[in-house]
Design a protein around this ligand. Sequence first.
Ligand code: FRU
Length: 457
Amino acid sequence: MLNECLAQAQEQAEQDPSRPMFHFRAPAQWMNDPNGTIYHNGYYHLFYQFNPYQAKWGQIHWGHARSRDLVHWEHLPIALTPSAELGEEHCFSGCAYLGEQQTPILFYTSIGRRLPEQWAAVGDTDWIAWQKIAENPFLKMADHHGIHVEDWRDPFVFQAGERTFMTLGGKIAHDSVAVIYEKGKDAFSWTYQGVLFRHPDAALHSLECPNFFPLGDKWVLLDSPYGPVDCFIGDFDLETLNFTPESQHLADYSKQFYATNLYHDDNGRWILVGWIRDFEQPRGWNGCLSLPRELSIGADGRLRQRPIPGLQQLRGEHFRIEAEELSKSRRIAMRMPGQQAEIFGQFDLRDARIFSLNIGHASDEQPALAISYDGRTLDVAGIAVPLSLAEDRHLLTLHIFIDRSVMEVFVNNGRACVTRVVALPDDAAITLFADGAANVAQFELWEMRAIWPPARE
Ligand code: FRU
């Protein structure tokens, strides 16, 4: 039944010309959050929220894949299936952890009974077969000594000094919170330690998928608040186990990027991935993973996100526009060689009132999508990003990845990110336009190769 369902959807998915070709996605059907992102023994493992039966949310399993470079992926058997005989309906989001003797452990939220519970599963030495432990739940609501955490879910483990902690998202009374637990004698003993972080927005429904990690000499908390992913940067007090944020901004300005997770690899890199959502149906598939983004903190104390350099291996044919002046009467247009492209553009906007990069039919006045800047706000296909170029010598840098129906835009060296689900015409052209004068300092485009086999005829 499962294999039939998947095979049928796969056939439909493979014929869909809008399906991303260099983003990770499930073999077919529905996927949402990345889970259990961990680097071990030369592999980046990816688990993800997966409904193998339909291209919509439901019957949530954990899909599994692995990669040597975070660019090419190998699908592996489903890791977690809801245990109906134990009253389990869904295996919600969570993380992976290396226990004693390098035993791989998955921590996740089990849904099906009156209240959510935190469960664990242990993998074999090949990380293929996963066994839920007999002691489940390893954490239950009663472990909070009378405190009720609404929407309690999405375990995330982190290390601080010699100590190991877990955080989960939810709501206590009217506050959206990340709660904290400390590991005891073994990987399945955790003690509630209180509230790590209280979200400043009292109107939030709740907070999902908290990620908490050290970056530079700061701590970063990312959360998914039923809207664009939040980023808080501040300090973590190991005595009180409180996180005090000093700044708040958005990790991505679009809510089409959601429910993040992180890799910490043996090069010490922190790499962020998120779920991309909102694809029109029916297509036989629904959802994909964002491109991996390497994180750092900029001189302004804000998060920087850059696409991992490894993506450059997908670059194919190369096109460029030599330095040119743009003005109202002088546009520049370039045909897109296909629907998979990486674009790197740098524009000097000192004398421009408006600048715009449009993608659509070359002849159309109404482009399929536009990225435009008016001196204050960058509009990325309908998403507004407040942006001052004063500290960047009036240079606007756009690093854009277009993968058929997905566009990811990195602005000025990763100062801001915007993810969009898009629809492009077959014969798209890029047009650069300025009101006033603008200088194209750099404009390069690469065709991007697919990481997946081409559609079957
Ligand atoms: C975020 C989320 C998580 C939950 C999972 C269920 O998208 O709602 O909080 O664990 O999806 O699929």
